[in-house]
Design a protein around this ligand. Structure first.
Ligand code: CTP
Length: 398
């Protein structure tokens, strides 16, 4: 998704500069063309050779490099960059950009940039909280620079507080959010369910299923990269939520139902990727679990069908997509679900197919609408998510 994107990484004089090496390395692995520009102060913390080795390119340090080629590069690079990220950004570079000062290579190139500029401040907490630094940050925000909030934690100066450079995967998430996709979902609210539900039998035991949440989370990530406002209603999973989605954590089908019902009416697109447990104990009375001669019996009832409820309460222009997991008659059973639950599309997957299903990072999906059946080949859940969003966008525009 970042393949062939031109990313310029600006590194300034902060102890967190060592993390930029990991950032650059990960961006290169993503297939980006990475160019690194360092301030003179940054060179005190990390050697340009590190970046030159990682990128295979000259690391630019100051504007007045005697090599003619570089001075030409600095203008053309500003024009061809897809995104600029300054990480770590010191109070000094923040102050310079906010006040229109361009007295070295990095500040000059930022001033000439046409692309989004992401700034990740990293400094001592007292410096960060300084009112002048804060005013500069507010000014940069007003001028459409994207400020990535520093993390809270133990700082290099032994203080604890705000000012840490966020983890590299968070920085890369921000870049992806900015440039990985065209923003065709901008202005749309997408409601997604993901993961399993847990139905408590007693304080210790529960009924659940093997859902990992990976498919729903991939849809949430792709939709937010495409500009949507995403609400992700998630059962218990062990993966990190996408940072740009509003995540509502639930346990039971009842809680998932309530969270969906609350967010349903103003959602433009609804995608139910959760594996809702089909049954839940039918009462919380003492005789719920009966034990006799070592055997146990439980009285169960069906959980509320959340997708069916959404279909019954479909708002004008709203598009609803359900999932279906089948062991046989994939298309026929999914078509029945499409009709029964009043959906616009069912993303069907066969549990039996290798590379498809709960725990894998890949899936094999068939997209079924009233008039069409589209079989997708084996692909990553992220690519499958984008295919689902493509099809839903087509339905939305009809
Ligand atoms: N679903 C739901 N609420 C439930 C059960 C399922 O919202 N109580 C949704 C799932 O999120 C999925 C779709 O319905 O989008 C189909 O789920 P699936 O388990 O395949 O079908 P069921 O309706 O449960 O029917 P069955 O298990 O009998 O195939």
């Amino acid at each position: 998704m970042l393949k062939n994107k031109v990313v310029v990484v600006g590194v300034t004089g902060s102890i967190a500069a060592y993390k930029s090496a990991q950032l650059v390395s990960d961006l290169v692995k993503e297939g980006c063309e990475v160019h690194v520009i360092m301030t003179e102060n940054a060179v005190n913390f990390i050697n340009p050779i590190t970046f030159e080795t990682l990128t295979g390119r000259k690391c630019l340090v100051d504007t007045f490099d005697r090599n003619f080629e570089y001075s030409v590069t600095h203008v053309s690079l500003s024009q061809k960059a897809d995104v600029f990220m300054i990480a770590p950004a010191s109070a000094n570079i923040i102050g310079k950009i906010a006040n229109g000062i361009a007295d070295d290579m990095l500040s000059t190139m930022v001033m000439a940039a046409k692309c989004p500029v992401l700034i990740a401040p990293a400094m001592n907490k007292y410096m960060f909280m300084n009112t002048i630094v804060q005013e500069n940050i507010e000014k940069l925000k007003r001028h459409d620079y994207r400020i990535i909030s520093p993390a809270v934690g133990r700082l290099a100066c032994n203080d604890t507080g705000v000012g840490k450079l966020p983890d590299v995967d968070v920085l890369i998430e921000h870049i992806k959010h900015e440039i990985a996709h065209e923003k065709d979902y901008k202005g749309l609210k997408v409601l997604i369910t993901a993961g399993p539900t847990q139905e408590s039998l007693d304080p210790v035991r529960y009924i659940t299923n093997h859902s990992s949440g990976k498919m729903g989370y991939a849809i949430a990530q792709a939709a937010s990269e495409r500009g949507a406002e995403v609400v992700l209603v998630s059962g218990e999973v062990s993966i990190k939520p996408p940072i740009f989605a509003e995540c509502i954590n639930v346990k039971s089908a009842e809680e998932m139902f309530n969270a969906v019902a609350e967010n349903l009416s103003d959602s433009d697109v609804v995608i139910m990727a959760a594996a809702v447990a089909d049954y839940t104990p039918d009462s919380y009375s003492d005789n719920k679990i009966k034990k006799s001669d070592g055997d146990m019996s439980i009285s169960l009832k069906r959980t509320k069908d959340i997708l069916k409820y959404a279909g019954e309460h479909k708002a004008d222009g709203q598009i609803i997509c359900g999932f279906s997991m089948e062991t046989e008659n994939l298309v026929e059973n999914s078509r029945q679900k499409l009709e029964k639950k009043n959906c616009d599309m069912i993303a069907a997957n066969s549990i039996k197919q290798s590379g498809a299903g709960f725990k894998t990072d890949t899936n094999v999906i068939t997209l079924i609408t009233e008039d069409d059946i589209k079989e997708l080949p084996l692909m990553s859940k992220y690519d499958a998510a984008n295919n689902i969003l493509d099809e839903l966008m087509k339905l939305k525009k009809i």
